[in-house]
Design a protein around this ligand. Structure first.
Ligand SMILES: *Cc1c(COP(=O)(O)O)cnc(C)c1O
Length: 387
């Protein structure tokens, strides 16, 4: 069963897969937001979050949203995806990457991932380009950045917009360049399972300034409300399609408290990630299991530590063994190309062998800011793997 989006802590395990953690001034910022007497969106804390995101990434625009799903829907509108238009993306991703396209009448075209980075393979993406292709939605899986220089080149050569689904990648860099600054558009998630959280939350980053004004309109239900408040137009009216993609100020206040401590969260995640890498060093050397590959110049953010087994049976045996020790270790994703909606609304280009294999053999280990008993997780896992 896929566990993305569920809250394993409700299952009452001793060591959950994830738990939302407070890191600083969440309560005082929320109290302050209430005293400021604006609880609807686009107020004081929304602005602070957006300035923070622009400074962090160097993007020319940042708009926070109520989820990464919302930001992806905005991206699909901004890419002008219409009926029959194709968007190339990995099948090994969360449903929101594909749904955003399908909701515009577009067709997700799935291609296989690279077995080392687990990210969409540029060569296979190139082979999937047709006259109907409008965009490529690139996912940075586990906070490891995809080969963005290759996709940027492809975008230029074929007049395609490149969107980074950077839901998992806040803080990651590729040759020093931050996730969120590498595509025409990029999306982040602040869902409670991500590194920086606000329960539900997200952001759209804009690196193509031509898209900025329309993005603001789409987020404000298709109105020019933002321009009106800046005094740029003298009446506020319906000018385009759009929806309510704004979070309220209470969420933004919580989020700003987390963003302000992002360096601390990043450091702690990397510490935990490396503790796993060290803890599994011997079983990995012995060839009993594999861990994430090291990719030069690609600095991930410690979002995820996973193990890869040789077979589905071994992976399931591991999950059962961990469950017996009260430790939750989920797997994902059921590949979108073989899901019921994927078969109905999307198509695949080429073989999906790597996606199918990774989806059957990958398991995720608990990693969250307030994780206490990481050594117990490592000890239990090593014992099961050796067993
Ligand atoms: C978490 C995630 C999403 C969805 O994020 P929400 O904020 O929950 O909407 C989208 N894409 C990927 C790759 C994700 O990991």
């Amino acid at each position: 069963m896929p566990t993305e989006g569920l809250t394993p802590k409700l299952v009452c395990r001793n060591i959950p897969f994830n738990a939302p953690s407070l890191v600083g001034d969440e309560f005082s910022h929320i109290a302050d937001a209430i005293h400021r007497k604006q609880l609807s969106g686009d107020g004081h804390y929304t602005k602070l979050c957006e300035i923070w995101l622009k400074n962090k990434t160097g993007a020319s625009g940042a708009l926070i949203t109520h989820s990464c799903t919302a930001a992806l829907e905005m991206a699909a509108i901004l890419c002008d995806i219409g009926p029959g238009d194709e968007v190339i993306m990995p099948s090994f991703t969360f449903v929101s990457t594909a749904n955003a396209v399908v909701m515009r009448g577009g067709v997700p075209v799935f291609v296989d991932i690279d077995p080392v980075s687990l990210n969409i393979c540029p060569k296979k993406a190139q082979a999937a380009i047709t006259e109907r292709t409008k965009a490529i939605f690139v996912v940075h899986y586990a906070g490891v950045l995809a080969d963005m220089p290759a996709f940027t080149k492809m975008g230029k050569a074929h007049n395609l917009l490149i969107v980074e689904d950077a839901a998992q990648a806040l803080g990651s860099t590729l040759a020093g360049r931050p996730a969120g600054s590498l595509g025409d558009l990029a999306t982040f998630s602040f869902h409670e399972t991500k590194n920086v959280i606000s329960g539900e939350g997200g952001a759209l980053l804009i690196n193509n300034p031509a898209l900025q004004e329309r993005a603001e309109i789409i987020r404000e239900k298709g109105t020019n409300r933002s321009q009106f408040f800046r005094g740029q137009v003298d009446k506020y009216t319906w000018v385009d399609i759009g929806s309510s993609y704004l979070p309220g100020e209470l969420i933004a206040a919580f989020l700003y408290a987390q963003l302000s401590q992002e360096d601390k969260i990043y450091k702690r995640r990397l510490e935990m990630w490396h503790a796993y890498a060290d803890g599994f060093q011997n079983v990995i050397k012995a060839g009993k299991v594999r861990g994430p590959a090291h990719i030069p110049d690609n600095q991930h953010n410690g979002h995820m530590y996973y193990l890869l087994f040789d077979t589905l049976e071994q992976r399931q045996g591991f999950i059962e063994g961990m469950k017996g020790r009260n430790i939750v270790t989920p797997f994902h994703y059921v590949p979108l190309h073989s899901s019921p909606a994927g078969q109905k609304y999307a198509r695949s280009c080429g073989d999906m062998g790597v996606t199918d294999m990774i989806s059957e053999t990958l398991v995720r280990l608990p990693i969250f800011y307030s994780l206490q008993d990481q050594q117990a997780v490592i000890d239990a896992a090593v014992e099961i793997i050796k067993g």
